[in-house]
Ligand binder design. Structure first.
Ligand code: WT7
Length: 635
């Protein structure tokens, strides 16, 4: 039972060396020992980054749902697979066991079949964070249909673009959703989207908020009666290792969203193995990832990774602020959560509320804290460590991407000593490279460059749906024979990586290369600052100068803005140098964010550059209203 569960740093180095000396041998051993195959592979790996083409476990046959569900029934049938915590804390949580999950997935799979869905068909899932979302994802996988989950916070235009791009035949949705104190009319959004989606033949609707909705006859049907009539057994479709499992859209820096295609066997092996190690999951632990299944984090680390390992995975319908900002900690206490995985933006929002809300709850069950989605700034890291982990739960700052399918750089808790703002070491099997501006690899430590990956790992996305050429151009053309991540990173004296941010956010000031993330870190250290975003704008002498957007904590005090500006620049000068001082600082009530919480620097950059004629579509933002406020007050 070799290397499946790493327990100390020396073991990490040992296994890591093995995994890069002989990747095929290493992954073959993992695959052999920990999964259910209907047929083993003929070849572990073939690849050519110039085409680009990557194939793992070719010749193998399997169904991922047999790995997620069936094989656990004998030993874990009555164990909770999905622990559903509703939006409303007064509504009872649901403990869905592996036995029950089996029945629900099989029934759902049979409904899909009756509705004419076949292997290879695309099904769009536009559901809130209710059990039907996880169940329908698995039901698609059961019959070999390709799921395309669209986050149920996207607008109708964003939804229809995604439906049409991958020719989905069917949409799964609900009558509506709860989001804190609000309800959202999801079915109305679907109806609007489908006005421009001629390829969609049917819509199945889950009941969640019990409102009257419009049902289009011949197209729409309620899900529950169909499920009630369906059989509890559905043979799992035999899938080839490289058959597509799902499509998930991610926005590119330009152009329409990219439908990243993930395939079956490699994705399963890698998400399972990373889950086990990065969260040090043990039998009977309760694991909670606060992401939405509409993002890759939810696919890999709410659904597939945990379930392949027979884990208990919490699925939370609501938001961190409802009924108050103590909700996350309430849930941790209530379900005795052992591993908690969230995003820096959530941590900052909660930190802004003060530590009292955390102290009210018993968080002693926590063993591992995770962070994902953007660089975690030093202040947020310490707040998380001190107040949530009580300096007793290691923070795993996990760097990865929709395209990578699974976690790529991360500490292994209780093995890798953590370091604030550092994702630390490459995960087993991952071979990072930092590249300089001439396209040469930086081999030493204490260097900074563009982050690439030199060798395939099992869960790399295989293509962009319908556009292999774009896949090649975006990821494999910047550097020969390497996957280019689009991120910058530095490597410290012991080989730890710190992700400095997207390289498209790099700003050259008087010939100095400045990443925005470390400057934002410095700004955020000011006790009055809640959040900040820094962009470049044209400057006669320096080429580019720095423009900072800053939101302040609501302390009830009024502060002199010019003094604040001086103090902020003083902190920057101290932590980075005068070169990184901000020429302009605009105070604002909020920063424009994507639904996943990422600051939209592209918009902020255009405003700072006074180039607002073509801001692009701001309607899918979390808070489109702040854009106008920022434009009105631009300096
Ligand atoms: C981009 C990918 C991977 C799940 C969620 C985001 C940034 C992600 C970290 C981290 C610094 C991070 C990168 C990356 N990012 N995790 N731990 N530290 N940056 O997936 O939407 O595909 O975004 O998020 O810039 O390229 P995504």
């Amino acid at each position: 039972m070799s290397n499946y569960h790493i327990k100390h740093l020396e073991e990490y180095y040992q296994v890591y060396r093995k995994s890069v000396r002989n990747p095929e041998g290493f992954w073959e051993e993992i695959a052999e020992e920990h999964f259910l195959w209907r047929k083993k592979w003929d070849k572990v790996l073939s690849w050519d980054f110039s085409k680009p083409e990557v194939k793992w476990f070719e010749g193998a046959q399997l169904n991922i749902t047999e790995n997620c569900i069936d094989r656990h029934l004998a030993t874990r049938g009555e164990k909770t697979a999905i622990l559903f915590e509703p939006n409303n804390p007064d509504e009872a949580a649901q403990h869905i066991t592996y036995n029950e999950l089996y029945k629900r997935v099989n029934k759902f799979a049979n409904v899909l079949k009756v509705q004419g869905i076949n292997k290879g068909d695309r099904v769009c899932i536009y559901l809130p964070m209710i059990p039907e979302l996880a169940v329908s994802v698995l039901a698609c996988a059961r019959i070999g249909a390709i799921h395309s989950v669209v986050f149920a916070g996207f607008s109708s235009t964003a939804l229809s673009t995604r439906i049409n791009d991958s020719d989905c035949k069917m949409v799964l949705t609900s009558d509506g959703s709860y989001r804190g104190a609000k309800t959202i009319d999801l079915k109305g959004i679907v109806d609007e989207a489908l006005e421009s989606c001629p390829g969609v033949k049917s819509v199945l609707v889950a009941k969640r908020i019990n409102t009257e909705i419009n049902m289009v006859s011949g197209r729409d049907a309620w899900l529950q009666p169909l499920l009630d009539n369906a059989s509890e057994h559905c043979d799992a479709e035999l899938m080839n290792a490289e058959d597509p499992l799902f499509i998930l859209y991610t926005s590119g820096s330009t152009g329409k969203p990219k439908g990243m295609v993930h395939t079956t066997a490699g994705y399963m092996v890698y998400t399972a193995y990373t889950f086990k190690n990065v969260f040090q999951y043990r039998e009977n632990d309760v694991y909670w990832c606060t992401a939405d299944i509409g993002w890759i984090t939810g696919h890999s680390y709410i659904v597939y990774g945990p379930l392949v390992n027979g884990a208990t995975s919490v699925m939370f319908e609501g938001v961190p602020s409802y009924p108050d900002f103590g909700r996350f900690w309430d849930i941790v206490q209530k379900h005795k959560v052992n591993q908690f995985y969230t995003a820096p933006t959530a941590i900052r929002a909660l930190a802004k509320q003060g530590a009292e809300l955390v102290e009210k709850y018993d968080l002693s069950s926590l063993k591992v804290l995770g962070s994902v989605g953007e660089p975690i700034n030093e202040e947020a890291w310490h707040w998380y460590n001190d107040n949530v982990g009580k300096r007793n739960s290691p923070i795993v700052d996990t760097w990865w991407q929709t395209e990578t399918g699974g976690i790529m750089i991360s500490p292994i808790p209780y093995s890798t000593p953590t370091k604030p703002t550092y994702a630390t070491l490459p995960f087993i099997g991952i071979q990072p490279a930092l590249m300089d501006e001439n396209g040469d690899e930086l081999k030493d430590n204490q260097v900074e460059g563009r982050l690439c990956i030199k060798y395939p790992w099992p869960s790399i996305a295989r293509t962009i749906w319908g556009n292999h050429q774009r896949y090649k151009e975006t990821y494999f053309s910047a550097y020969e024979n390497k996957y280019f991540t689009g991120d910058g990173a530095l490597r410290d004296e012991v080989g730890y990586y710190r992700i400095t941010g997207r390289v498209d956010d790099v700003i050259i000031v008087s010939g100095h290369n400045l990443g925005t993330a470390p400057i934002e870190d410095a700004v955020n250290e000011h006790p009055a600052v809640a959040e900040s975003a820094i962009v470049g704008f044209p400057h006669d002498v320096k080429g580019s100068a720095l423009y900072g957007y800053v939101t302040l904590k609501d302390t009830g005090e009024s502060r002199d803005q010019n003094n604040l500006r001086k103090e902020i620049n003083q902190i920057i000068t101290e932590s980075i140098g005068p070169i990184a001082k901000l020429d302009k600082i605009q105070f604002t009530s909020g920063l424009p964010k994507t639904r996943s919480g990422k600051i939209m620097r592209r918009i902020l950059r255009k405003i700072a550059q006074k180039d607002t004629a073509n801001l692009g579509d701001t309607s899918t933002l979390l808070n489109p209203e702040v854009v106008q406020e920022i434009m009105d007050n631009v300096l």
